[in-house]
Design a protein around this ligand. Structure first.
Ligand code: HEM
Ligand code: HEM
Length: 178
């Protein structure tokens, strides 16, 4: 019988400070660069480098950080995805998805982290002599940024649906540890 996937550490109800700070800094820097800062100008580049630095820290914490930051805690294996789907059907989310990303949430988390990394690296590559004026690098930068933006719309919609339809207080947990 399939048992619902539970986190090895559910002592706290929110994500740890590192995840929360990282989350809101990544969200702010991404939106700034996508919508407001002049493309290719100094501020755009520095915001991109800052986002990249946060991503590097997030990847390190994914391997050697606290339990609920580790990729192995929420890596979307087929078994976990199936359990997560069953939890949705059984409306048991609030009991199961505590203080760690769910498997389906984990898919989105990994997609966002990877596509933001591709955006930051391709932005930097545009500045290098070796790739100067290369169409594919410019396209990669523009397309990966668009992919992140589309994923963010889905991400925020999913968070709000889970919050209001399934009554799991995800937004509060991303704001505070209590
Ligand atoms: C990681 C966050 C970043 C985001 C979300 C972002 C987003 C964007 C977007 C949406 C464009 C317009 C693309 C187009 O439609 O052609 C753009 C252009 C550009 N970005 Fe970024 N970018 C980021 C990081 C960087 C970095 C780190 C650099 C360089 C160090 C950089 C350098 C540039 C340059 C040179 C352009 C082209 C400007 C032009 O063609 O006039 N970006 N960026
Ligand atoms: C540009 C905007 C955003 C970006 C780039 C973004 C990106 C991310 C990333 C990378 C994660 C994984 C966090 C980690 O493990 O380090 C995440 C998780 C999360 N985000 Fe966002 N986010 C954005 C906006 C928002 C907004 C506006 C909300 C609230 C309405 C939100 C709520 C959450 C929640 C609750 C989680 C945990 C989801 C889960 O485990 O299923 N995010 N987001």
């Amino acid at each position: 019988m399939a048992t619902p996937h539970t986190s090895p550490s559910t002592s706290s109800t929110g994500w740890d400070l590192g995840i929360r700070l990282g989350h809101w800094s990544m969200a702010t820097l991404f939106l700034l660069n996508y919508w407001w800062l002049e493309e290719g100008e100094d501020l755009h580049e520095w915001a991109g480098y800052a986002l990249f630095a946060i991503l590097v820290i997030r990847f390190i914490r994914g391997f050697i950080g606290p339990e609920n930051a580790r990729f192995r805690d929420f890596f979307p294996t087929p078994k976990r995805l199936l359990n997560n789907l069953n939890n949705f059907k059984a409306e048991q989310l609030s009991h199961q998805e505590n203080s760690h990303h769910s498997a389906i949430g984990g898919l989105m988390v990994l997609f966002l982290l990877i596509t933001m990394t591709i955006t930051a690296v391709s932005g930097w590559m545009q500045e290098l002599d070796a790739f100067w004026g290369e169409d594919w690098v410019q396209n990669l930068h523009a397309w990966s940024a668009d992919a992140v933006m589309i994923a963010v719309v889905i991400h925020v919609s999913a968070v709000l649906i889970i919050q209001y339809r399934y009554k799991v207080s995800l937004v509060k947990r991303m704001l505070s540890n209590r």
